[in-house]
Design a protein. Structure first.
Lengths: 362, 519, 330, 333
């Protein structure tokens, strides 16, 4: 499908989801129009001229939340999209993210306020995510263990390991809740925009996509991953190390999910609470599929999806629409956007209807 | 004179696939009830598309189909089956984990109370059908464990079980041996005499002659000729099918260039994961500039032999050497690096990646070394230029290196695979079924390539189910039966009939390791 | 804000979701009460369970300029309030069940309150152990249980008090303690409770949010007793399931609602002690035991007397209940 | 001595009874997962199906009592059960429509429907009860327990047959056993089972054999919804007697794992579900020792992974043994 047709298809799907979502809102809210407006414009900052003539920018934080969200989603999207190139359906971004966050926090706390803490924490997060991804990869290539199951199970294990370590090893007893101590200043990233959580990671995400693209398109490993995904039997006969490439695809994806963990620990929270909730990885699947598995399209898909999510939250804050409606709309968007035949079906129906009308007119 | 009623009629049928390909255009032809009709034409001519429309797998975008005179609009194979049409597709379509009986009755199962499957009745039915038609099968065998030839029989039984009045057969002989083909043809004639109508696709001239009462030729989606067999002589038929005179057969090499064998295999044996012995004590020599043909019924060890020689499997006994160096037991990449090239038997399964571009398919065996890659980075520019050169050099009809492999016709795909394997002038080529399913013109082009490679001094092991091809190309022929070499011949000293006997285990067997018996 | 005529608007930011039947729900009740009693306009915002969104959520509320006062709770939110509050000196923050470090931040606009839930836990321990020792529960051995959601400090604080109370009331008693690892899995809560009752526990104190509802069901099925937490959980079942209500001896009340109402009232009167932490317990009426007449008959008078005595000693300050918070109480 | 044995036996049977109870929802859901998986459609929405079924069951039983106060009491839970099954099946039907008609990716659509179920149940619950957490304020009903009479005080058998409180097992525990038998039988012996498996294993072949593949997949997904709904109804009207936001708590995903762990066979799948149920019970009991809860909750996933590895390793060793035997004959001949 050409990019413009694909764009039209997605626009139609999102439109349909929003229309249905509006219907839901109208049922539960007294102010559906206000809610709808908040949903659509929520992530944008509002610029006002105050009485004294100064220009005041409000709600920059939402704009920041949008970029922050898109950053995480891009990284976990990579964690899904890269194994997908090798035809592996990894659901493991969650576990890899937790491991990455844990490693980053541990290294940061271990090294303290030293200049090496930041880069080492960054690398440790990538390595931990990659390692956790590699486990699933090896389980698949060595034991043919179904990756959907192993990654789901490894997610549970990772979350429990995370809770164990945060609760019993890195715990800060003076905090009043179970958490690590705050990470040392030198290991954390400062906001690029004041009063937001947008950090240098917002630049790391596109860089990561570029790196992944280069790796997939230009290196022999990338070629091996593609071939292993396109036809593993052929690849084996041609002498391509399929098992290695497949396992490395998991690891590579895991490294990016690990970086998403670094984003959470060293840029957003700057410490790790025990109840960091799983589930971000699943959203990575949504983003990867919105991008149709095309790595280059990930940032766009992530920005689009994050926009709607942040808009939904803005709506919740600004109006009486409850959180659950936000969940419902999010679900509708996911369902409609992945429904490939929805747009052709709708267009076909529309065409038939207009033909009938036209026929009558004639 | 009575005019037989028409069983099948196509009237101005057009089929345009959703991607825009015009596979059929203005196709009209008819088959009388009780007739065996051949549908021929080069790869991609639109033959299979005709079959698919007649069976409800695709719907025509224009025109009309009539079955027994009635216009039909099949939306689903179920409709076609209800109208008495059965299809044996080009690519076998069975459920591997089910038994033969279950596969045969699928969709028309004998039942017991409570929606239960009547297994005993199913088995009995299959046994009876097998007996009537002469297609021997074991109803209780799991399909996954069966060789391709037997699966083909299961497909035909499936159609017979549903009581099809019209049988559509898409290249049914591509995987059969001459005796099997003969049995199948006898069965088909018998069915036709009993009033059934048969439409068959084949690329083989002699099969058309042997079987068909009428023939329709397709070219680029249009009917370019239609004739009664009685009105045609051989030359006219081949001219009709190929559109020009047949290319001359590949030149037979006359004198041996070098007496020292390049490839020496001794005592090769293989035991699979189920403990079954698939290959036993296989030995042979191949000299430079020589083609050793391997004949055998599918499933008698040819595939295993090819896998052992290409590094895809490790022999349980014995070894093979190339210029004195053992190359069995190494990885596929190491084997390739030594100068061994392989054309696998099933191009869609393990010979190509149809979704990837021609370029990516060509890269598969050489992406990891200079000049196409350095230090892990692929030089796409050089690779493209090289791929374009290969496409041009081998006369492949393709839009360019970026076209997806799967969009090529079977013959062109096969040319590219051969091109990939012989582009660096290998010392030893293992070629399995190199022209299976390829149209006459393309097949002869491929055969000429093989002959040229031989003349450059390569040793070639040619595994083929097509005995005419084997006899035409090989210097010597060995016959594999149940994992052993049971006969060896100099190619000039044997005919298809004798080979067929040995292939089915009926020839006098050889004793011991006399691999040099013919050399 | 109030300038445009409407009543002052209060935002309640929940770092999770409502419906826990205890803590957040109680706070939300306090806000509804404030809406009625104090004529404030309140809005509750559920921030969801993803902690990476809480900071931006909080900033968004403060930044919007719509809310002169923001209420939020739990220790988890403490550091976030500490980070955000100095940027918005015009906004008042009420932080319940959590603290900011006033020594290290310019938090003159933050009022925080923490609860001495260990005192309530202590009374529950005295009650449970006393009842078990009295030997009137069929099938029970001399054992009491505790089912927690997660071993977080607030829950550990309940537990520490509970265990101290049980030991003081019945030295040598067996105390079972287990965590379900979830605030929202009543089935697992029920399985754990069944295991504890199976080991002879006569009473279980559940400090497990929604998971605790499984414990209450297990109590009904086994005919043993349970002690609820945070709000009067017997009241919840009184009409819908009286049999179940009769198994709830009492609930350790953490009157977040009353505390928030009080804080808002003080704010309205301009008397809210900003810039400091208040510690609230039995003495302030922020912690207490709920009365459940259905179950009261099961408790022998002597045990009731022991609970009352312990309560008095804690209020008098003659008894200090151990706490799970490192460094003790502020 | 013999008394100790009886006591040990009782503890063991208590664990068995608990396992059965904890496994029941997973058994139902995994049988559903198995059927749709065999039909060629992985059903990731099991979680959402359970949630919706539990919700509809609990709410309907409660409202049935409000609307029909004169109806006999036993009716309400069964009305709830029917509504739960219907609602869960409808959600699976939605998945089928999105996948089969609208071409949505199954896994993503499944995830989407799980989110939808999560949001919708709480939304409706808040609307109906004013409460976002649970339906504790409603009088909902449990499906009845079945008790074997005359088992009072019979040491081991009594607990086994009538549960640890001697209250009997819930009718849906027996329902899960019956469903297991039915699924195993239907897949193996009926025409429907044969067609379903054919459509799942090789859709093209099934289509070419004239089978209505799409309709079979609908059947597979709907049946999967019906079975998983049984698990949901049990959660809200058997295991517990209320609906609680997010009460499926990952059991749908565990059920999916059970399908793979059980090697796509009915009995294997149910065995795996029992292992998961057992792990929950063990967790509840191990927690009483000083094992950290986190470690205990790692047991089910680690068991799953270990089992996948061991099964493969076992197959491999067996193959190696067979190959060695074959090689011996090859070399000796
Ligand atoms: N499903 C499809 N979608 C799009 N194009 C198709 C499809 N199937 C076939 N085609 C195109 O239709 C044309 C005719 O294909 P068809 O399979 O009928 O050829 P054929 O005569 O059977 O060839 P062969 O001898 O190789 O089997 C080809 O050019 C092919 O590219
Ligand atoms: N979906 C498709 N899109 C485009 N071309 C297709 C598609 N499916 C099949 N084709 C092409 O249709 C042609 C005929 O396809 P078919 O599968 O009948 O034969 P084949 O196996 O490619 O050729 P052969 O006759 O050599 O076996 C081939 O060129 C094939 O690549
Ligand atoms: Mg064809
Ligand atoms: Mg063909």
């Amino acid at each position: 499908m050409t990019p413009s047709r694909e764009g039209a298809r997605i626009a139609l799907a999102v439109g349909a989801a929003l229309a249905l979502g509006f219907a839901v809102m109208a049922c539960v809210s007294d102010q559906p129009w206000a809610a709808f407006r908040a949903l659509l414009t929520g992530p944008l900052p509002s610029i006002e001229r105050a009485a004294d003539g100064r220009v005041v920018v409000h709600r920059l934080v939402r704009f920041g939340a949008w970029l922050q969200d898109a950053t995480t989603l891009t990284l976990v999207g990579l964690a899904i999209a890269i194994p997908f190139r090798a035809r592996q359906f990894s659901l493991g971004a969650d576990g890899q993210l937790f491991m990455g966050a844990l490693a980053a926090a541990a290294i940061s706390l271990g090294l303290g306020d030293t200049p090496t803490a930041l880069p080492l924490a960054f690398l440790a997060a990538a390595a931990a995510g990659a390692g956790w991804g590699l486990v699933a990869g090896l389980l698949k290539t060595r034991f043919e263990a179904n990756e959907i199951v192993t990654t789901l199970m490894l997610n549970v294990v990772a979350v429990q390991v995370y809770r164990l370590v945060v609760g019993r090893v890195l715990n800060d007893p003076s905090a009043g809740f179970i958490t690590t101590p705050p990470l040392p200043e030198a290991a954390t990233l400062a906001p690029l925009i004041a009063r937001t959580t947008v950090t240098a990671m917002v630049l790391v995400a596109p860089a990561a996509v570029a790196a992944a693209l280069f790796l997939l398109r230009r290196t022999t490993l990338g070629y091996e991953i593609d071939l292993a995904g396109a036809n593993p039997w052929f690849a084996v006969r041609a002498g391509v190390p399929v098992a290695r490439a497949t396992a490395l695809a998991f690891a590579l994806g895991g490294a990016f999910a690990g970086l998403a963990g670094f984003h959470v620990s060293n840029a957003l929270l700057k410490r790790l609470p025990v109840d960091l909730t799983p589930g971000i990885g699943l959203e990575g699947i949504v983003v990867a599929l919105l991008a149709r598995g095309r790595v280059g399209a990930l940032p766009l898909a992530a920005l689009g999806y994050a926009y709607l999510r942040v808009g939904a939250q803005a709506m919740e804050r600004a109006t009486d629409v409850p959180r659950e409606v936000v969940l419902v709309i999010q679900a509708l968007i996911i369902l409609f956007v992945v429904s490939d035949r929805l747009a052709p079906l709708a267009l076909g129906l529309a065409r038939r209807a207009s033909a009938r009308i036209g026929g009558r007119a004639a | 004179m009575t005019v037989a009623p028409l069983a099948i009629a196509l009237e101005g049928v057009e089929k345009r696939y959703p991607n825009g390909t015009l596979a059929n255009s203005g196709v009209s032809f008819a088959v009388a009830a009780g007739e065996i009709h051949a549908l021929v034409g080069e790869n991609g001519a639109g033959k299979s598309t005709v079959m698919k429309m007649l069976y409800g797998l695709e719907r025509p975008t224009a025109g009309a189909l009539r079955i027994h005179g009635r216009p039909v609009d099949f939306r689903h194979p179920g409709d076609a089956i209800a109208a008495g049409v059965g299809l044996v597709a080009q690519h076998l379509n069975l459920v591997p984990s089910l038994t033969v009986a279950e596969n045969v009755v699928l969709g028309h199962e004998p039942r017991r109370a409570g929606g239960r499957l009547d297994r005993a009745a199913a088995a009995a039915r299959v046994r009876a059908l097998a007996e009537q038609s002469g297609l021997a099968v074991d109803p209780a065998a799991t399909v996954a464990s069966l060789p391709v030839g037997v699966r083909q029989r299961v497909e035909i039984l499936k159609v017979l079980h549903r009581g099809a009045r019209i049988l559509l057969l898409d290249e049914p002989t591509a995987v059969l041996t001459p005796p099997e083909t003969a049995t199948l043809f006898a069965t088909l004639r018998q069915l036709a005499e009993a009033g059934r109508t048969i439409l068959v696709i084949t690329h083989k001239l002699d099969e058309v002659k042997a079987l068909a009462g009428g023939v329709t030729v397709l070219c680029q989606g249009r009917v370019t000729g239609s004739a009664r067999m009685a009105e045609l002589d051989e030359g006219a038929l081949s001219h009709l099918m190929v559109g020009r005179d047949l290319p001359p057969p590949p030149p037979r090499r006359t004198a041996r260039t070098r007496p020292v064998p390049r490839v020496v295999a001794r005592g090769l044996g293989y035991v699979d994961d189920d403990g079954a012995i698939r290959l036993r004590d296989v030995g042979f020599d191949v000299a430079p500039g020589e083609i050793l043909g391997i004949a055998g019924v599918e499933g008698n060890g040819q595939d295993v032999l090819a896998r052992l020689l290409s590094g895809a499997a490790i022999p349980s006994a014995g070894d093979a050497r190339l210029d004195g160096r053992v190359f069995t037991g190494l990885s596929p990449r190491a084997v390739h690096a030594l100068g061994v090239a392989v054309v696998t038997e099933d191009r869609l399964h393990d010979g190509a990646a149809p979704t990837l571009s021609i370029l990516d398919n060509l890269l598969a065996t050489r992406y990891a070394r200079p000049p196409l890659s350095r230090r892990g980075l692929i030089d796409r520019g050089t690779a493209r230029r090289w791929a374009q050169a290969v496409i041009d050099g081998f006369g492949v009809r393709a839009a360019g290196p970026d076209q997806p492999m799967g969009a090529l016709s079977g013959g062109n795909m096969q040319k590219l695979i051969l091109a990939r394997e012989i582009a660096d002038a290998p010392a030893f080529l293992v070629a399995s079924q190199p022209t299976r399913g390829v149209d006459i013109a393309a097949a002869s082009a491929l055969q000429s390539r093989l002959a040229a490679l031989r003349d450059q001094g390569a040793a070639i092991l040619l595994i083929s189910a097509d005995l005419d091809e084997l006899l035409a190309l090989s210097d010597r022929i060995a016959v594999l039966y149940r994992g052993r070499i049971v006969a060896r011949f100099a190619a000039g000293a044997v005919d298809a009939q004798t080979l067929g006997l040995h292939m089915t285990g009926l020839g006098p067997s050889l004793d011991g390791d006399d691999h040099d018996a013919v050399a | 804000h109030a300038a445009d005529g409407g009543p002052p608007r209060v935002a309640f930011f929940v770092n999770g979701a409502l419906g826990d039947k205890s803590f957040f729900d109680s706070a939300a009740r306090g806000l509804r009460q404030a809406e009625a009693d104090l004529h404030l306009a309140t809005r509750t915002i559920e921030g969801g369970y993803d902690p990476t969104r809480w900071e931006s959520g909080l900033v968004d509320l403060a930044d919007s300029g719509d809310f002169p006062i923001i209420v939020t709770g739990t220790y988890t939110m403490g550091p976030l309030v500490q980070k955000v509050a100095p940027d918005y000196p015009d906004v008042t923050f009420i932080l319940f069940d959590g603290v900011v470090d006033y020594a290290h931040c310019a938090c003159g606009n933050v009022y925080s309150m923490r609860f001495r839930q260990n005192e309530g836990g202590y009374l529950a321990g005295v009650l449970a152990a006393g009842l078990v020792r009295a030997g009137t529960i069929p099938g029970a051995r001399e054992a009491v249980g505790l089912v927690g959601a997660m071993p977080i400090p607030v829950i550990n604080d309940f537990a520490t008090g509970y265990e101290a109370g049980a030991r003081d009331a019945a030295p040598g008693i067996t105390i079972l303690r287990q965590f379900a690892n979830s605030f929202s899995d009543p089935a697992t809560g029920k399985e754990i409770a069944k295991a504890q009752y199976g080991q002879g526990a006569g009473v279980i104190f559940q400090v497990a949010g929604a998971t605790g509802q499984g414990v209450i069901e297990a109590a009904e099925e086994t005919g043993r007793y349970v002690i609820g937490v945070d709000s009067d959980q017997a009241a919840l079942y009184r009409t819908s399931s009286p049999r179940r209500a009769a198994r709830i001896l009492t609930s350790v009340m953490k009157n977040v609602d009353a505390a928030i109402l009080r804080a808002l009232r003080l704010w309205q009167q301009g008397r809210l002690p900003l810039g400091r932490t208040e510690s609230l317990g039995l003495k302030e009426g922020a912690i207490g035991l709920a009365d459940n007449p259905e179950a009261a008959l099961a408790v022998p008078p002597a045990v009731r007397a022991a609970v009352a005595a312990a309560r008095q000693r804690i209020i008098d300050g003659t008894l200090t209940v151990p706490t799970a918070f490192a460094g003790g109480r502020p | 001595m013999s008394l100790d044995l009886v006591a040990a036996g009782t503890v063991a049977t208590v664990v068995v009874a608990g396992t059965l109870r904890a496994a029941t929802p997973i058994i139902f859901a995994s049988l559903g997962g198995l059927i749709s998986e065999l039909a060629g459609c992985i059903n990731v929405a099991l979680e959402g199906v359970m949630l919706v079924a539990a919700f509809a069951g609990v709410i309907t039983s409660a409202y049935s009592a409000l609307w029909f106060p004169d109806a006999p009491l036993w009716l309400h839970p069964w009305l709830g059960c029917a509504a739960g099954l219907l609602a869960g099946t409808a959600l699976a039907g939605l998945l089928a429509v999105f996948h089969l008609e609208l071409g949505a990716d199954l896994i993503v659509a499944g995830i989407g429907l799980n989110i939808l179920a999560q949001g919708l149940t709480v939304l409706l619950m808040a609307h109906l009860t004013g409460d976002k957490g649970s339906t504790a304020s409603l009088t909902s009903f449990a499906l009845p327990n079945l008790r074997w009479p005359g088992m009072d005080g019979v040491p081991v058998l009594g607990v086994l047959l009538n549960g640890d409180g001697d209250a009997g097992h819930n009718v849906l525990v027996y329902g899960a056993l019956a469903a297991t038998g039915w699924v195993a039988w239907a897949l193996r012996h009926t025409v429907f089972g044969l067609r379903l498996r054919a459509a799942g294993e090789n859709a093209e072949a099934a289509l070419a054999a004239g089978l209505p593949v799409k309709r079979l997949r609908y059947a597979g997904l709907l049946l999967s919804g019906l079975l998983a709904s049984g698990g949901g109804v049990f959660l809200g009207m058997g295991y517990l007697t209320l609906f609680q936001a997010d009460m499926a708590a990952g059991r749908g995903y565990l059920a999916l794992a059970a399908v793979f762990l059980g090697g796509h066979r009915p009995l294997g799948t149910v065995a795996a579900a029992l292992v998961f149920g057992g792990a929950t019970v063990m967790a509840a009991r191990l927690g009483l020792l000083a094992v950290p809860a986190e470690v205990v909750f790692m047991i089910p996933p680690l068991v799953t992974i270990a089992a996948l590895v061991l099964v493969k390793q076992h197959q491999r060793l067996a193959a190696r043994r067979r190959a060695a035997a074959g090689r011996a004959t090859l070399l000796s001949s």
